[in-house]
Every structure is written in structure tokens, then in C-alpha cells.
Design a protein around this ligand. Structure first.
Ligand code: 5AD
Ligand code: SF4
Length: 483
């Protein structure tokens, strides 16, 4: 049964009067959303609640903070789950199971919506950049009120107003990331740490990966905008920043005054109040000697490098279009370990890329043994329509991939457990993040190398750096005592 589409004349008038300039325009829409939410609150006799559910990577997590920022400014109160009046899923399409999880949950949302006349459902993020997804949402999930893409986040206030005043599915997806809009309201999930975007998009076109198609071409933010944002965060009590980009090592290319990632880090280091600097993700083809030197000299840059290898076979790396081979990667690791002996190395590995033979897989296993990663994210290759790998011959049978995946996981876990043990009995600095969920007498924090530590303490410690003695290693975390 299709719903009759009527363009609300009130919305028409609102749109006609909207300012053209971006910042003014979004401010205008926030004010309108605020009035409407206020009206709905009075009518319902209760608060209007919202739920932002994030799938996927740190980029999406950061976008979600921007979405929540606008929703809270409009008067919504965050709820713990999807029993809310505005539910938004920020989706990921990097692997098929991330997409299936979203479709699966939409059925559940439809039952919630039947019980709540005020409920609006929105979908955004990487999946929405794909036309076949939008078609499917339109035909099979007509109860979804709003669909928008990764480049529309800055317009969210406007889209929210459109959804509030419409009785049809509002769809707004920009294809390219031509502009970067600064100064959006943001609600940070944590008081003491924050992600900071430094680049958007990706130019690498690894042959298995959908990201360049859904996030667009790589674009760097101006260093002055990044530094100003971090200064503001520091003034607001943030002590740890995570610089975010699909490939942070190519930061600065294409700017009017090009600057390297290493140079940017030197500037971030100077900002008072910032105690820890993290970044993600590094591409092995672009990681410079200068970056290793900056890290070695730095007091603030954390001793952690996430350096996705994807495969240990030079033959597969070539077909993956990664622009490095096994030898280059291993040399890079050697250089890093020489200059940063205490760095934790983590990685991403894909198993079952088209054409992967037992010999190629053996190369991956031997590389993992040689590098001895502190931890590794292991993925089963997922065919993404539109990428070159999707149509490559010799897709590996599912049972073969599964068996290889299990073997890899075992090796990865054995090594991580062994590596974790080395800090037992030592004193380390921990940034306290939360009160422990299972045991409120404990607090949980992270070491510079990202290892998790639990120790007796209270919520006053959150956001502070504390010296902790590591009494016992429990595999993936430590139990300690404050010194
Ligand atoms: N299949 C499996 N894993 C993938 N990744 C990206 N695309 C795919 C895919 N099609 C993994 C890569 C990347 C991480 C974020 O996701 O390992 O580093
Ligand atoms: Fe995908 Fe490769 Fe870009 Fe990473 S560098 S986002 S794996 S295309």
C-alpha cells in the first residue's frame, strides 16, 4: 500500500525563506526544528527522545557526534536504545555483514514505529551512497522517513526539518565531497577524548574496497582549522585526540600550502592541554621516515601504530592494488621497531581475497609470525559490487576461507597473548576512561600503546593520567594498582 505524497505547504514556506549561506542556513533550520520539537513535546506531554546508532569505523563515530549535536540542539534528549522518537542508523558498507545487520534491525524498528506515532526513522552513512541500497530502502522499507549520504552531514538540520514536516521518504544524497563545512555543533561522546577529522575520502582504490566510491576523493582539512578545533577541545578539557583519515599519511596533499602529516603532528604536539595524540589509519605505502622520527621524539604521540597489511603475499598485494610488497612492509616494520622499540603494532588482514592460494595464505601466516602484532583485525573477504575484485576470477570457496580464517585467528591470538605479558610487573601511565561496567570499584583506562587496564579507583579519576603498577596480565587486559 503506498502512502499519498503531499508536500506540506508549511514546509514549502520554511524552505522558501531559508538563507542561502551554509552556516546561517543550518542555524535557521535548527531554530525551526527546535520549535517543532517543543510543539511535539507539549502535544505528547513528555520529552522527545533520540537514538543515534553507529555501525562501522571511527569516521562514522565522529559523524554520529555531529548528528547528535544537531539533535540535542533541536531539543531531543538522548535515549539508551531505539525506543525513541527519532532513531538514526549511521551505516557501514565496507563488508556485507555490516549491511545485513542494518536490514535486520530495520524490521525491528518498523514494529517500534507502529507503537509510537511520533517516531521518525533515518538512515545515513556509507550504505546510503549506493544506489541499489536506496532503491531497496524505497521499495522494501517505506516506513523509513529520511535517507541521506556521507556528504550531507553538514545539512542535517535541514534534513531533520524536512523529515519532521513530511509524510514521505525524504532522500538527499550528494555524490562527491566537494566541500568541507567547518563549525558544526558536536556532542562529544567522551569529555576527555575526541576524534578529529583531518582528511575525508580516499584515493587509493584498493581493489576490494568500496570506501573510495562511497566516501569520495581524498580531501585534507586546512591545518589552521584542525589546530583551532584541537585548541578548542583542549580548552574544553579534552586531553586525548585521535586524528582521523582513511590514510592519514597522505595528509596535506592538494592543499594550497601543502604540509605533511609529520609536520601537522609537530603542530598538534605544541597545543597545551593535549596529553595524548593518536591517529588512524596509516597506509604502509605512505608512512614516511619523518613520521617515525616525529613519533620517536614526541612525548605526546601514543606508542601505537595501526598499519594494515591486508595480506603477506606480494602477489596478492599487487592484485589488491596496495602499492607495496611484503619486503617493503617488513622493512618498514624493522625501521619502526628500531626507532620505537615500545610501539604496539596492530593491523587489518583480509582472508580469501580472489585467487588467494594456500601458498599466498602461508605467506600471510608467516608475516604475522614475523611481525608479531600486538593485535590484528582479521576479516573474511567480502565481495562489494562495483569494486574491481568483485568480478575477479577464482573467488575462493567459503569453506576454504573459513578454515584459513580460523587458522589465522589462532596464530594472531597466540601472539597477542604472548606480547601482552611483557608489561606485567611494570609501572605505566594510564588515561582513565570509565568506571568499570562489571565492577564499579574499578576504573578502566588505556596505556599509551592502547592496552586496557583495570584498577581500583573512582569516577573522579576519569580523564586523568595515572601511574599504575600492572599486577597481572589477563590476556587482553591488565589488572593493576594505582601507584
Ligand atoms: N572485505 C573484507 N574486508 C574488507 N576491508 C575493506 N574492504 C573489505 C572487503 N571487501 C577491511 C580492510 C580494511 C578494513 C577497514 O576493512 O582490512 O583495512
Ligand atoms: Fe579502502 Fe584502501 Fe582506501 Fe583503506 S586505503 S579506505 S582499504 S581503498
Amino acid at each position: 500500500m503506498s502512502k499519498k505524497i503531499t508536500v506540506n505547504p508549511v514546509l514549502q514556506a520554511i524552505m522558501n525563506e531559508a538563507p542561502v549561506e551554509d552556516a546561517d542556513r543550518q542555524e535557521y533550520f535548527i531554530a525551526i526544528a527546535k520549535k517543532e520539537v517543543e510543539r511535539l513535546k507539549k502535544e505528547a506531554g513528555r520529552d522527545m527522545t533520540c537514538c543515534v546508532n553507529t555501525f562501522g569505523c571511527q569516521m562514522n563515530a565522529r559523524d554520529s557526534e555531529k548528528i547528535l549535536g544537531v539533535l540535542e540542539m533541536a531539543g531531543y534528549v538522548e535515549s539508551q536504545d531505539e525506543h525513541a522518537d527519532f532513531v538514526i542508523y549511521n551505516t557501514c558498507t565496507v563488508r556485507e555483514n555490516a549491511c545485513n545487520r542494518v536490514y535486520g534491525r530495520l524490521g525491528y524498528l518498523s514494529t517500534l514505529k507502529k507503537k509510537n506515532d511520533y517516531m521518525k526513522i533515518a538512515l545515513c552513512g556509507c550504505m546510503m551512497q549506493e544506489e541499489h541500497v536506496r532503491k531497496k530502502i524505497h521499495s522494501s522499507y517505506p516506513f523509513v522517513d529520511l535517507v541521506f549520504g556521507t556528504h550531507n552531514i553538514y545539512q542535517f538540520a535541514e534534513l531533520l526539518v524536512m523529515a519532521l514536516y513530511s509524510n514521505y521518504q525524504v532522500v538527499e544524497v550528494i555524490e562527491g565531497n566537494e566541500k568541507i563545512v567547518e563549525e558544526l555543533p558536536i556532542v562529544r561522546k567522551y569529555a576527555y577524548k575526541s576524534g578529529v577529522n583531518i582528511t575525508f575520502g580516499c584515493n587509493n582504490f584498493c581493489s576490494y574496497c568500496i570506501v573510495p566510491y562511497v566516501r569520495g576523493r581524498e580531501k585534507s582539512r586546512e591545518p589552521k582549522d584542525i589546530l583551532r578545533e584541537i585548541e578548542k577541545l583542549a580548552a574544553d578539557g579534552v586531553v586525548e585526540v585521535m586524528l582521523l583519515g582513511q590514510n592519514v599519511n597522505s595528509y596535506g596533499k592538494g592543499l594550497q600550502d601543502p604540509i605533511t602529516f609529520a609536520e601537522l603532528l609537530r603542530e598538534v604536539e605544541k597545543i597545551d592541554g593535549i596529553e595524548r595524540i593518536r591517529f588512524m589509519t596509516s597506509h604502509p605505502k605512505d608512512l614516511s621516515d619523518d613520521l617515525i622520527d616525529v613519533m620517536a621524539k614526541s612525548k605526546k604521540i601514543c606508542r601505537h601504530l595501526h598499519l594494515p597489511v591486508q595480506s603477506g603475499s606480494s602477489r596478492i598485494l599487487k592484485i589488491m592494488n596496495r602499492h607495496y610488497d611484503r619486503e617493503h612492509y617488513l622493512n618498514l616494520v624493522k625501521k619502526i621497531r628500531e626507532k620505537l622499540p615500545d610501539v604496539a603494532l596492530t593491523t587489518d588482514i583480509i582472508v580469501g581475497f580472489p585467487g588467494e592460494t594456500e601458498e599466498d595464505f602461508a605467506d600471510t601466516l608467516s608475516l604475522v609470525r614475523e611481525v608479531e602484532y600486538d593485535s590484528a583485525f582479521t576479516f573474511i573477504y567480502s565481495k562489494r559490487t562495483g569494486t574491481p575484485a568483485a568480478t575477479m576470477p577464482d573467488q575462493v570457496p567459503e569453506d576454504v576461507v573459513k578454515e584459513r580464517f580460523d587458522r589465522l585467528l589462532k596464530v594472531v591470538q597466540e601472539i597477542s597473548e604472548k606480547k601482552a605479558m611483557v608489561y606485567e610487573g611494570t609501572d605505566v601511565t594510564v588515561l582513565v576512561e570509565t568506571v568499570n561496567e562489571q565492577n564499579p570499584a574499578l576504573v578502566t583506562g588505556r596505556m599509551s600503546n592502547n592496552s586496557i587496564v583495570h584498577f581500583p579507583g573512582n569516577k573522579e579519576l576519569i580523564g586523568t593520567l595515572v601511574s599504575v603498577h600492572l599486577d597481572e596480565c589477563k590476556g587482553f587486559y591488565y589488572l593493576g594498582t594505582q601507584n
